[in-house]
Structure formats: structure tokens, C-alpha cells
Design a protein around this ligand. Structure first.
Ligand SMILES: [Zn+2]
Length: 348
């Protein structure tokens, strides 16, 4: 009589691999998301003071620069910064309420759409490689809805985000961008309204505290000697929980709002406890995607990707491999000021 030998079923190798990776990395992923606070620093008014501005080029590349289009050294700075991989913004002059000397080609609310279009096109030519725009001065222009709507109409033809410098409380920038494809960011902290090292240092600390509280913050400074000295000392030695990023990184949906991110994580954890077998639904898809793409073994990466694409509860396919779809939906959220939160568990 032949004795039947017990043979354990061989589990699917891709599934086993996925399970191992998830169990190993999941605590790390949650820890990173819960701790990271992102800080963007932009230096405005670049193009006039080469000596000070060259110091920015020696800082980490995440420190971004906003260049005045009609400045004498703007183009040269744009080229040098671009070679470093540094993010560049067009620092577009806009009319202030107070009387003060104005840059050439300063936008006024009464200008026609054609005039504004010509000035922006000209600025794009003069500041090559720019990915965003922010306002120089602009208390009169940015508080004028119809004026800013004309700006947004023009910007929607280019792939530029708009960083509102917030030079007036009654800014209409976000409202003007609604219904367009222009993503909008807002400045939180000015580093050097008072040009002393002590004050600038204090403002950096405020920006860090705000980043921790909100998950992200944007600080704007200028090429003053005091600002440069303080940044040289502080930027390279930021606290470990602060991630220095370029402004466009804050257009990314994950962790742009720490509260939202934490809320989603808490909901996902609750769902995970309710149904442990649906573990694939509770992870941060973006983190897993990044993990999959950085796995050294190409076969492992493919197996993981295939599994994710087949598994119920997956995000749409373009979320796994195509950034453009995600960017579009984020742009819509940004312009509408929508922050999606949900208490319900993900369904298949
Ligand atoms: Zn400025």
C-alpha cells in the first residue's frame, strides 16, 4: 500500500514576494509619512545682485529662485540654476497699491488680455526653464479679480504653476485660478521683512514650526546679505524631520496636507483591522509604487506591479504608472481648494 505523502501547496511566488515586501516595509512607510514635514524656500528678486545670488547656487538645489524677467543677469542665473537642477520661477512684476519705483513691464489690472499675454510671453522667453511664476509686489494687481483672471487665462496655456506671494490679505489669486488648469500655491512666511540675522533666523524657525503643524510650508526670502548668511548656516543643517523641497513638490497630493494624510492613514488602519485579508488596500499606493520602481531586481518589480494591477481595490492603472493623470486631478483639487477625506473603507 502506498502511503499518501502530505505535500504542502507551493504558494504563488509573486504573491509570497509581495507579502514579504509589504510586511517588511509597511511600518517604515507609515513612520515616514507621519514624520516628514516639507519646507520650500524661494529666493525672490533674482537677477540684480550677482554676488549675493551666487551664494544661492551653492546652497542645496531644493532652494528655488524667482527671477525678475527684465533684470540684467536674470537669464544667466536661470541657465546656471537649471544646470544644477534647481527650480526656477518667473518673478513677474505686478502693480502695488503704494507708489514706488516699478519694474519695466509691470502688470496692471486695467491692461487688456492681449497686453498681459504679451508681457507673460516675453517673460517666459527671458527666464528660460521656469516651471512656475510668482508675483513681485502686486498688492493692487493680485487683489483685483478680473486682472488676475486675465493672468490665469494666459498661464493656462503654459505648464506653469502660480505661487501667490500674498502681498495683500485680500488676494484673489486662488479664486481667479478656479476653472483653469493653473495649480496655485501660497506663500506662508516672509523670511526677511526685517533685515537682521536674528529676525531671519526666527522666521525660519517659524516656517519649520508651520511645516510640522501643516505638513508643508513655503517661505520666501530675498538676496540680502543677512538672509544669505542665515540660510548658509541653517539650510544645510535643518532638523531631520524637515524635508527641503522645491515648491512644485508641494503640488503632489500625498502629504501636501499632513492632516489629510494622517486622516487617510487612520481610516486605512481602521479598515485594516476590520479586514486583515484586504491588506493591499491599506498601504500608501504612491509609496508602494515608488518602492516597486526602485526594487533592484527587475523581475521582482514586474511581479509586484502585475500583482497590484490585478488585485481588487487597486487605484486606476494610470496611478501606478502615469503621473500625468494624477497631476491633472491634483490640479483640479488645488484650484478648487478641495481636500478629499473619507471615513469609509476603500471598496473593490
Ligand atoms: Zn519681489
Amino acid at each position: 500500500m502506498i502511503k499518501k505523502q502530505y505535500r504542502p501547496q507551493k504558494p504563488d511566488s509573486a504573491f509570497t514576494l509581495l507579502l514579504s515586501i509589504l510586511l517588511f516595509f509597511m511600518p517604515l512607510l507609515f513612520t515616514l509619512n507621519a514624520q516628514a514635514a516639507r519646507l520650500a524656500i524661494v529666493i525672490d528678486d533674482v537677477g540684480y545682485r550677482v554676488h549675493e545670488e551666487n551664494k544661492i547656487l551653492q546652497m542645496p538645489v531644493a532652494v528655488s529662485i524667482a527671477i525678475l524677467p527684465d533684470s540684467p543677469y536674470g537669464r544667466k542665473m536661470a541657465e546656471k540654476a537649471h544646470q544644477q537642477g534647481r527650480e526656477i520661477l518667473i518673478h513677474l512684476p505686478m502693480a502695488p497699491l503704494s507708489k514706488q519705483p516699478l519694474e519695466k513691464n509691470t502688470l496692471h489690472p486695467a491692461m487688456t488680455q492681449e497686453e498681459i499675454s504679451r508681457i507673460i510671453q516675453d517673460a517666459i522667453q527671458k527666464v528660460p526653464h521656469a516651471t512656475g511664476m510668482n508675483n513681485h509686489m502686486g498688492s493692487a494687481m493680485t487683489s483685483n479679480l478680473s486682472g488676475m483672471e486675465k493672468v490665469m487665462q494666459v498661464l493656462s496655456q503654459y505648464h506653469l504653476y502660480f505661487l501667490d506671494s500674498v502681498t495683500i490679505g485680500n488676494t484673489q489669486v486662488t479664486k481667479a485660478a478656479m476653472g483653469t488648469t493653473v495649480p496655485v500655491l501660497r506663500r506662508n512666511i516672509f523670511l526677511d521683512n526685517v533685515q537682521t540675522e536674528a529676525e531671519t533666523r526666527q522666521q525660519i524657525n517659524r516656517a519649520i514650526a508651520l511645516a510640522r503643524k501643516q505638513g508643508a510650508a513655503i517661505a520666501i526670502g530675498h538676496p540680502h546679505p543677512t538672509t544669505m548668511r542665515v540660510l548658509q548656516q541653517t539650510v544645510a543643517a535643518l532638523p531631520r524631520d524637515i524635508e527641503l523641497v522645491s515648491p512644485s513638490m508641494l503640488l503632489h497630493p500625498i502629504r501636501a496636507d499632513k492632516k489629510e494624510s494622517l486622516h487617510i492613514q487612520q481610516t486605512k488602519r481602521k479598515c485594516a483591522q476590520a479586514n486583515k485579508s484586504k491588506f493591499a488596500s491599506i498601504i500608501q499606493w504612491d509609496d508602494l509604487k515608488a518602492l516597486a520602481s526602485t526594487l533592484v531586481h527587475e523581475g521582482s518589480s514586474n511581479a509586484l506591479r502585475q500583482y497590484l494591477e490585478k488585485h481588487p481595490g487597486n487605484p486606476p492603472k494610470q496611478d501606478l504608472g502615469q503621473a500625468s493623470g494624477k497631476k491633472k486631478s491634483q490640479q483640479k483639487s488645488e484650484k478648487a481648494g478641495i481636500h478629499k477625506t473619507s471615513d469609509t473603507c476603500p471598496t473593490n
